[in-house]
Design a protein around this ligand. Sequence first.
Ligand SMILES: *[C@@H]1O[C@H](CO)[C@@H](O)[C@H](O)[C@H]1NC(C)=O
Length: 357
Amino acid sequence: MEGQRKVLRFSLLFCIPLLQLLSLAAQTIAKVPAIIVFGDSSVDAGNNNFIPTVARSNFEPYGRDFQGGKPTGRFSNGRIPTDFISEAFGIKPYVPPYLDPKYSISDFTTGVTFASAATGYDNATSDILSVIPLWKQLEYYKGYQKKLGAYLGERRAKETIAKSLHIISLGTNDFLENYYAIPGRASQYTPSEYQNFLAGIAENFINKLYGLGARKISLGGLPPMGCLPLERTTNFAAGNDCVSSYNNIALEFNDKLNKLTTKLNHNLPRIRLVFSNPYDALFHIVNKPAQYGFQVTSMACCATGMFEMGYSCSRASLFSCMDASKYVFWDSFHPTEKTNGIIANYVLKNALFQFMH
Ligand SMILES: *[C@@H]1O[C@H](CO)[C@@H](O)[C@H](O)[C@H]1NC(C)=O
């Protein structure tokens, strides 16, 4: 008995420090210490809750399948792609929003999102609903770097920034909320010129990130935005099919972003920039929903599924579907958690895998 107990005590004493050592080793070996996110509602985890805008989703039924059934400001019934990506990299299963006072720099050392629903590359897009423009997200990022330096020490903070994965995901609103929805940009630019204008802003943004020490960057492509339920609902002429002209714009713009990626990888020493393109994955889901266990693709789960998002989704939520996992889209503009997970996996396999080892 006495001997056994001694062995037990010895092994416990031996075990605990070993485990600590192992987890410490895992932390220092990890190639991606943090996921740092810029963009729109595709990657906003709730920053808009803390600014005066109507582009919000921090109320029911949003988040009903999130941890604790809580609405957070994510435009989905559950998690968004960056949450899945963070988890796949062995970090937290969600990326916290920078403006939420519930979180502090100790949380943000492993991930943070500066994203703001309804924003775009174009300042004129973020102006429409008074959300956080991309340039302001960069200002927040500079503040974050200062706090990180104070928290980790300058040297470790710099190293963290250089090793962290920076994710950029926006652009849909520049076309659907701005160019094709309100007068202004369409009278100044042809669609192709507007794409070049946006790609120029993307280039400038990546150059600035690089100047601030970022080396691992994912530039996100546009989804087949003509297949979003809101666009299909209003596509009477083609029997509520996807709006092919919008899909073509997304394809053209993605081609430009892809070329930009090649160019910047060539121009900026030691940058590792990847183009993460969700287009094919979402297009396939929309066209072959049954292969993924989906039953509904042209309409969303929330409310009537035809027009609602944000507050209108909340108001009419009595009409919402029971099981969002049967739906490709949660509201008229945003995918369900299940779709987000599939897209995240696809992007991990096809683009982000190179940051995993
Ligand atoms: C957007 O606005 C900011 C702040 O006023 C400005 O610095 C930036 O040049 C603007 N971007 C474009 C492309 O006009």
